[in-house]
Design a protein around this ligand. Structure first.
Ligand code: PLP
Length: 376
């Protein structure tokens, strides 16, 4: 008899290659936030992104967003435009800087920042307030945002973009890798992401100077002197050599991980799209999602909850889509430009188990519970 094991939303999936790199870190005693694996991991990501990009690996995606804001000079009292439909880590660093988040709702094709609303917001800020200092746009669930439109608006008004690609390593937009589409890109290697170092992140810059500045600030901003001399505020945000070793073993199999997650999506879609009450997010032409999480949108909140509870009863983890930031208590003071899109997605949407390590049997268990719930 098959035992019923818990099915997770998105769990770590080691390749077996990590241990070799980690052993090397131990044997060479590079147990520090610097070392050959840090350099090796950065070089490997730069090669993978195959554009003119420079990469600094840091302690988390959140730290990378914080660092990006610093590099753009965002400080106390500044306004930052941020996608509302996202995880709170996209927006929290705005508060770390004493700046004000201004939330922008989503459009229906990609669920990401609405270019129309972005422009409405910028015009309103310019007329009635002040010029926003930066834009944080997110490739949510791995689906690229409408980068041509967002970039054009940003260029018109001269506002830099931070590209939160924490969920979108392996996604592409008209052939260009996510993370390289804007001024500064951010990746995350947290335990639930498409590849993981247990915890970690990366900053992607267009110049070596900017990368060097990020590394300088992330390693306590030590000026060159024999003693410890500091003329700026430093952070302890660098990635450990041990974790970078894990990252190298993970990056080696990234393409396999993307394929596996895209196959999960295809399986769910092929088995569940016969139900009129279930909708999937399709890729617009030229967009390629890593399908980090497969999400479905139901015809009502009640159906969504029925399915979520039925899955839970079978020890299957699922989760409502992200609760928009403009509805979060922690951001209740923030201004927002909304259209109802993200609120509807939050109320009707569900993330399904999407790990690259799910078996066919796991996927069939999920589909069976959903099918039975809808049919009943
Ligand atoms: C995971 C995530 C982050 C934060 O990354 P950490 O490495 O967990 O700090 C930021 N933005 C989005 C959209 C994420 O999903």
């Amino acid at each position: 008899m098959l035992t019923m094991t818990k099915i997770y939303l998105s769990s770590p999936h080691m390749s077996g290659l990590e241990q070799g790199y980690v052993n090397d870190a131990f044997e060479t005693n590079w147990i520090a936030p610097l070392g050959p694996h840090v350099d090796g991991f950065e070089n490997a990501i730069e090669t993978y992104l195959d554009q003119n990009n420079h990469v600094a690996v840091l302690s988390s995606g959140t730290a990378s967003i914080h660092m990006a804001l610093q590099l753009l000079g965002v400080g106390r009292g500044d306004d930052v435009l941020c996608q509302s439909f996202t995880f709170s880590a996209s927006a929290n660093p705005i508060l770390y800087q004493g700046a004000n988040p201004i939330f922008i709702d989503s459009e229906v094709d990609t669920w990401n920042m609405s270019p129309e609303l972005l422009e409405v917001a910028i015009k309103d800020r310019l007329e009635n307030h002040k010029k926003p200092k930066a834009i944080i746009a997110v490739h949510l669930y791995g689906m690229p945002y409408k980068a041509n439109e967002i970039n054009a608006i940003a260029k018109t008004y001269g506002i830099p973009i931070i590209e939160d690609s924490a969920e979108a390593l392996g996604s592409a937009y008209f052939g260009q890798k996510c993370g390289t589409l804007s001024d500064i890109g951010v990746l995350s290697f947290n335990g639930n992401k498409i590849i993981t170092t247990s915890g970690g992140g990366a900053l992607i810059t267009k110049t070596r100077e900017l990368k060097n500045k990020a590394v300088f600030l992330s390693t306590q901003a030590r000026d060159s002197a024999p003693h410890y001399e500091h003329s700026s505020v430093g952070y302890n945000y660098r990635m450990s050599n041990v974790l970078a070793a894990i990252g190298r073993g993970q990056l080696d199999v990234l393409d396999d991980r993307v394929n596996a997650r895209r196959q999960n999506y295809n399986f769910y879609k092929s088995t569940l799209s016969k139900f009129n009450s279930i909708q999937f997010l399709e890729e617009p032409k030229g967009f390629c999602s890593n399908r980090w999480l497969t999400c479905i949108v139901l015809d009502s909140f009640e159906t969504r909850e029925e399915i979520r509870v039925a899955l839970l009863a079978e020890d299957i983890e699922s989760r409502p889509l992200w609760k928009p930031m403009h509805l979060q208590p922690v951001f209740k003071e923030a201004v927002s430009y909304t259209n109802g899109v993200s609120e509807r997605l939050f109320n009707h949407g569900l993330c399904l188990p999407s790990g690259s390590n799910l078996s066919q049997h796991d996927l069939e268990r999920v589909v069976k519970v959903i099918s039975n719930t809808i049919a009943s």
